[in-house]
Design a protein around this ligand. Structure first.
Ligand SMILES: Nc1ncnc2c1ncn2[C@@H]1O[C@H](COP(=O)(O)OP(=O)(O)OP(=O)(O)O)[C@@H](O)[C@H]1O
Length: 589
């Protein structure tokens, strides 16, 4: 197995600026494009404030900042050199690992608590604090006396909500979740996670009825799209329950995690609900937990009442959060054990046998099996190996764009959004031949060729957009999708599919959006489409990892078309997107 040295979305090109005032080894690492100007700035500033001038310590601080930027929570000095590809012009002046660790541990920055050194890992204080807090809150929740439960009523209830054969995993998962305060429910797509959530909520409501109450339930997910999906899926599954159970969970609404915690305009990482002002809910369910960063998990855990049930649902094989941390994967391995809070669903109940087989081959890291599935020629899994895939992709990709456009010209926002959900073109990169920018342009050219419309304006009927920043004033969130539609007055309107329903805007009001004929796999997390086309980059792409490929494949509901080579499939299957964190270890000790 090889490790992906750097695994995150490509950084802002502005970050490539040189740190003009940097000198010595910081300058060398900046010139080699390992450290950004911001990494260097953090290190020199911290050094100046804390009375630390040693170059090698400042290098460690800058590399710890870089590690956070790339998704890790801390830096392992012993393996730092191996995680950075050597620049073309020659080797970098890496300090001797032992002397380096000694200099760092003796630094006044460590003594002052600006840096933390634990388990041979170097943390910036803020992330150390968050990791310690997440661990402490989880441990404290586990140390509480178990919730009061009428076990006889519970067992009868489990038989009622899951009466059929084939539900053993779900029965055992809900039993565990009713009997404990904290549960981590894991499983790939179609393994029955939502069905389990619906059954669990009905059983918790039944328990509350025994004392004359009704639990206050919060359903949340990291993005608006994922929250909308969760709400819809819970309602669908609720409808399948016996009438009394269905009524117990009727009308539940989901929101984004930010909204649940009470986002504040003045602070992006602090919320209205916290340890001093807890959430009122008795049950908090978070879906798509793989997308939750360490910072968000820290905020969530401090806001949830200790005597509220917390259910964290997700697929730990997917890409981790965009921000630092790999919390779900850490919880799964850190809390593993027969009487631990992790309940795993493994059996897939959907009928897409070939997509499932491909996803499972990726989970196992079995490139041969993945290639067999890709070559099998099923209707579900297509493999396009043409050197220039554009002619073959033109038909399905243009068809999808024209379907959105047709609905948009007819003024039908819902139909345009539904058309958008039928196909997704996913890229690993933003730039380059396999990047989002190029493919967005290409699709627009194809639309022009097909319709004669030159698409001179930024906004045009059928332009699908992805929201790229939270705007609490407008009520839109990073990751929400929208379509541009001709309104009844002939003017263009944008309809965004938010967590609370369709929101309508004049195009000029939406600043932070990008065209979404193609999107990155990172941004596609938390959503699915009927048909997915995945453009794999060349095998030496830094972003190409098993988690990336698995996330892309599992976005497809009925068909996935993989565009790439045998080499890129092998590289994607064999390379892991591992992040340095200490949470797993901390939870085990
Ligand atoms: N034990 C089971 N036996 C048969 N069918 C099941 C079982 N559990 C769930 N299903 C059905 O399988 C489908 C997938 O279930 P569900 O939506 O709960 O999975 P999920 O893990 O939430 O999927 P996703 O993450 O893709 O949304 C649903 O149609 C559901 O009704």
């Amino acid at each position: 197995m090889t490790l992906a040295p750097e695994t995150t979305v490509p950084r802002d090109p502005q970050d490539r600026r040189l740190a003009l005032r940097a000198t010595g080894v910081l300058r060398t690492f900046n010139d080699a494009d390992v450290l950004t100007a911001a990494d260097v700035h953090v290190a020199t500033r911290l050094g100046a404030l804390g009375g630390e001038g040693q170059e090698q310590v400042l290098l460690a601080v800058a590399l710890a900042t870089r590690a956070v930027r790339l998704g890790s929570v801390c830096l392992d000095l012993a393996t730092a050199e191996g995680s950075v590809p050597p620049p073309e012009g020659g080797a970098l002046p890496w300090p001797d690992a032992e002397a380096w660790a000694e200099a760092v541990t003796a630094s006044p920055l460590v003594a002052a608590g600006a840096l933390r050194w634990e388990h041979d890992l170097l943390y910036l204080d803020r992330y150390w604090q968050q990791e310690v807090q997440v661990c402490a809150d989880l441990v404290a929740r586990r140390a509480l006396a178990p919730p009061p439960v009428d076990v006889a009523v519970l067992d009868t209830g489990i038989g009622r909500v899951f009466p059929d054969h084939g539900y053993d995993e779900q029965r055992s998962a809900v039993r565990r979740a009713v009997l404990g305060w904290t549960t981590v429910l894991t499983g790939g797509p179609g393994t029955g996670k939502t069905t389990t959530v619906a059954g669990l909520l009905a059983l918790l409501a039944e328990q509350a009825e025994l004392t004359g109450g009704r639990p206050r339930v919060a359903l949340a997910a990291p993005t608006g799209k994922a929250a909308a999906r969760l709400q819809e899926a819970v309602r669908t599954e609720a409808a399948r329950l016996p009438a009394a159970d269905s009524a117990r969970i009727a009308g539940l609404e989901a929101s984004t995690l930010h909204r649940l915690l009470g986002s504040r305009r003045d602070n992006g990482t602090r919320f209205r609900h916290h340890r001093g002002n807890r959430l009122p809910h008795d049950v908090v369910v978070v879906d798509e937990t793989s997308m939750v960063s360490l910072t968000m998990m820290a905020r969530l855990l401090e806001a949830v009442r200790p005597d509220a049930r917390l259910l964290l649902v997700g697929d730990p094989d997917q890409l981790a959060s965009v921000d630092a941390g790999a919390v779900l994967a850490d919880l799964v391995s850190g809390l593993a054990g027969d009487d631990g809070p992790v309940a795993a669903l493994r059996t897939n109940h959907r009928s897409q046998a070939h997509i499932i087989a491909l996803a499972e081959a990726l989970q196992r890291g079995d490139a041969d099996a993945a290639l067999v599935e890709l070559a099998a020629g099923s209707d579900e899994v297509l493999f396009l190996t043409d050197e220039d895939p554009t002619p073959a992709l033109r038909v399905p990709v243009l068809d999808a764009a024209l379907a959105i456009r047709e609905a948009a010209l007819a003024g039908d926002a819902r139909a345009a959004l539904d058309a958008l959900d039928r196909h997704r073109l996913l890229c690993a990169h933003r730039d380059g031949p396999f990047g989002v920018r190029r493919w967005n342009r290409l699709v627009e050219e194809w639309i022009t060729e097909a319709t004669g419309d030159p698409l001179w304006d930024l906004w045009y009927p059928g332009r699908p957009v992805l929201v790229t920043a939270n705007d609490y004033g407008l009520g839109v969130h990073n990751g929400d999708v929208g379509v541009t539609v001709v309104g009844p007055d002939g003017r263009l309107r944008v309809y965004v599919d938010g967590a609370t329903g369709l929101l309508e805007f004049a195009p000029t009001r939406l600043d932070d959006v990008e065209t979404m004929h193609a999107m990155t796999i990172h941004k596609a997390q938390g959503s699915q489409a009927d048909e997915v086309t995945v453009l794999l980059p060349g095998e030496d792409s830094r972003l190409l990892t098993r988690e990336l490929f698995y996330t892309a494949v599992t976005r497809a509901r009925s068909t996935v078309r993989v565009v790439g080579t045998e080499e890129s499939v092998r590289a994607a299957t064999e390379r892991r997107a591992l992040r340095a964190t200490g949470l797993r270890h901390r939870l085990q000790s």
